[in-house]
Design a protein around this ligand. Structure first.
Ligand code: XUL
Ligand code: CO
Length: 442
């Protein structure tokens, strides 16, 4: 058993909104039933390995600030990886997060050759399996890091060199097998550098075709090994590249349609990526349900003034309520969940800061669930939306949608004097209504 988080002696418990204990949940009560399911079943929280344990706070201007002794450690790489994993599982257990997520390179050191990397990975998958059995923590998803190594500077599946495509395929094959062995609920493919920095050296059609071929190979392998989880693409418009092919949910949906991949791949929507693409989080969720590609969520937030993927903890109940509302309206998660793709600020260097970040985020999501489910149950918004579109169920509406009229007939009708009166959209009233649902959470 690791004792890295020594200042947090007890598992975090629910103490209710009146608690002043910063190491307690005020809203997340795992067993509380909301709209027929427990909060734990609705929210399916996961902690991400990369920001929490594989990153020491280094940014483009300065070296690491966080206390992560296994990074740059003198210990043998596998020993350091085991120390990191023990601390990670200590954290998952004390926080009471039911799931975690990892990239292959987060949990296991890379060797000098792929064979050596694969051996290390096998050791660490055994180690993860033992920790999971001991603690009951489950894997929400695994993924391969196809963007950090210099070989991927020009992309992985979209690399101009097929050798890099092949290397990426090897990595995904290993990681999908491991995710399957660990009973992962899903497998994620974020297109780290699947895009371009400049069109001057880019054959975009070839790159998109190759990406589709890669994804078809992943689908085939998934079927071959009998992996039952969802395969998820994680849309992001830019950063690190200038333009990424998986720009947003709509672009991913069009890509899947074009390359005959619909029904095989779904989306993992990240809040900060939605912001970067110029969309609201709720918009991306609604688009995904509408297109039948909704999968899972990376819950985090950006910053109003910094246009970068900052991966802050989600702390806005206003934003998250509208997101949870769309998730509930769409039917909720199946195998997906809420992964905190979030990182500490560089100055948050106390070990227990990692708890404070996650506790606040879990409470925000629980509050948002309560507000959203009350809104949905009362039909507060749905009734107003039905009223707003009621004309489409009337005579004219059904004539238009049933195509029993045409452009000329509509002109004649208008010439004959039809002169519709506009009706208020009532946006402010509705915003106040949402605010009241948030105020009333109990
Ligand atoms: C990067 C990002 C990744 C994916 C997994 O912006 O979100 O961490 O979630 O590769
Ligand atoms: Co993410």
């Amino acid at each position: 058993m690791s004792s890295f988080f020594t200042t947090v002696a007890e598992p975090i418990r629910y103490e209710g909104p009146d608690s002043d204990n910063p190491l307690a949940f005020r809203w997340y009560d795992a067993e509380r039933v909301v709209a027929g399911k427990t909060m734990a079943e609705h929210l399916r929280f996961a902690v991400c390995y990369w920001h929490s344990f594989a990153w020491d706070g280094a940014d483009i201007f300065g070296r690491g600030t966080l206390d992560r002794p296994w990074i740059n450690s003198d210990a043998a790489p596998l020993d350091a990886a085991k120390q990191k994993m023990a601390a990670a599982f200590e954290f998952f257990e004390k926080l009471g997060a039911p799931f975690y997520c990892f990239h292959d390179v987060d949990i296991s050191p890379e060797g000098d050759t792929f064979a050596e990397t694969a051996d290390n990975f096998a050791v660490m998958i055994d180690e993860a399996e033992a920790h999971m059995a001991r603690t009951g923590t489950e894997l929400l998803w695994g993924t391969a890091n196809l963007f950090s190594h210099p070989r991927y500077m020009g992309g992985a599946a979209t690399n101009p060199d097929p050798e890099m495509f092949a290397y990426a395929a090897a990595q995904v094959c290993q990681c999908l097998d491991a995710t399957n062995r660990l009973n992962g609920a899903n497998y994620v493919l974020w297109g780290g550098r699947e895009g371009y920095d400049t069109m001057l050296h880019t054959d975009m059609k070839r790159e998109r075709d190759n990406l589709a071929t890669f994804l078809h190979m992943v689908v085939e392998h998934k079927k071959k090994i009998g992996f039952e989880g969802m395969l998820l693409l994680e849309p992001k418009p830019m950063e690190p590249t200038k333009h990424q092919y998986d720009y947003d949910v709509a672009a991913v949906h069009a890509f899947l349609q074009h390359y005959d991949l619909l029904g095989e791949l779904f989306v993992n929507i990240e809040v900060n990526h939605a912001t970067l693409s110029g969309h609201d989080f709720a918009h991306e969720i609604a688009s995904a349900f509408d297109a039948g590609v909704f999968g899972s969520i990376d819950a985090n937030s950006g910053d109003d003034r910094l246009g970068w993927d900052l991966d802050r903890f989600p702390m806005s109940t206003e934003v998250m309520t509208l997101g949870m509302y769309e998730i509930l309206r769409g039917g909720g998660f199946t195998s997906g969940g809420l992964n905190f793709d979030t990182k500490m600020r560089r100055q948050s260097i106390a070990r227990d800061d990692l708890f404070h970040g996650h506790i606040g985020a879990m409470d925000t999501m629980a509050k948002s669930l309560l507000a959203a489910s009350a809104m949905l149950e009362d039909g507060a918004l749905t009734n107003l939306i039905s009223e707003r579109y009621a004309g489409w169920d009337g005579e004219l509406g059904t004539q238009i949608t049933g195509r029993s009229t045409d452009l000329a007939a509509l002109r004649d009708r208008t010439l004959a004097g039809a002169d519709p009166a506009p009706v208020s959209g009532r946006q402010e009233l509705l915003e106040n209504l949402v605010a009241r649902y948030i105020e009333r959470i109990a």
